[in-house]
Design a protein around this ligand. Sequence first.
Ligand code: PRT
Ligand code: ZN
Length: 300
Amino acid sequence: MTQQTSRIKIAIQKSGRLTDRSLELLQRCGLKYTLGRDQLMAVGENMPVDVLLVRDDDIPGLVRDDVCDLGIVGRNVLEEKRLEFAREGAADPFRILRPMDYGSCRLALAFPEDSGLRSAADLAGRRVATSYPNIVTDWLRRQGIDARVIEFSGAVEIAPKLGRADAICDLVSTGATLLANHLREGETVLSSQAMLIQTPQSVPPVKTDWIGRLLQRIDGVMQVRESKYVMMNAPIDAIPEITRLLPGADAPTVIPLQGRSDKVAVHVVCRENVFWETLESLQKAGASSLLVLPVEKMLP
Ligand code: PRT
Ligand code: ZN
């Protein structure tokens, strides 16, 4: 096997809403890379991992065809392509490994405020504009609604104004775009976030170790974002109550305090954010000298 084929390729969006967070994730996994002159590939310097920078719509196909071992793409794009590939006969074009903690949005129906249309049930015999024709057609069919789906490649929100559709189905995050276009949000057709996917082919042994290490690091990076290391002094009999109060806490480490028999030091890793209210409750339970520290890295 050549050096080239032993390197792991991961496809991420070249320029868009998922780009910064995907690159930041890989950097926090320890990857140092050099961006090629064509800006299409970032070559890993310290790990056998290369990053392909492409349009998000191309990522599912690159992973299906085993050109890339891994990819990060929105569930909306993934689901749209999965339905397209299924029509072509590919049942399982990629393996979904895990959701990432960014890129969240929803694919939702929206109706012109002055239209009298309120919900999906009002769409019978009407036209819905969307960039996700496969997902929307499939959803309407499953709901038993006989509406016509009009494919729009961009600026879907202006389709009703142009007289091209009666309603739309588009990605929504804050809702500001719908508001600005006098559209009222209706049913959510798909909840989305960035997803990590893997080729359906079995991973060659030469890559198994590094893929495993990368996945473990990705999990670690996502976990530390919320995790906190909490330190305090407390009476030993308050420890059960302290553990109960801390969200997602591991078993606490209990350390004796020099010259103190009434209190011990308690150190706990919490896998969720720790709020002021929690600290106040810990104080009431007898804890003192409370410290909350961010966690830099974590492995199970
Ligand atoms: O060039 P390329 O094809 O790679 O990029 P793209 O233009 O297709 O995608 P891009 O960069 O816009 O989005 C990439 C991914 O980010 C999407 O596939 C989603 O998974 C995710 N995402 C998260 C969003 C949004 N939030 C989002 N708000 N994608 C698009 N939007 C758009 C939406 O289409 C609408 O125009 O933002 C507008 C609505 O936003 P609000 O905040 O006004 O509701
Ligand atoms: Zn795209």
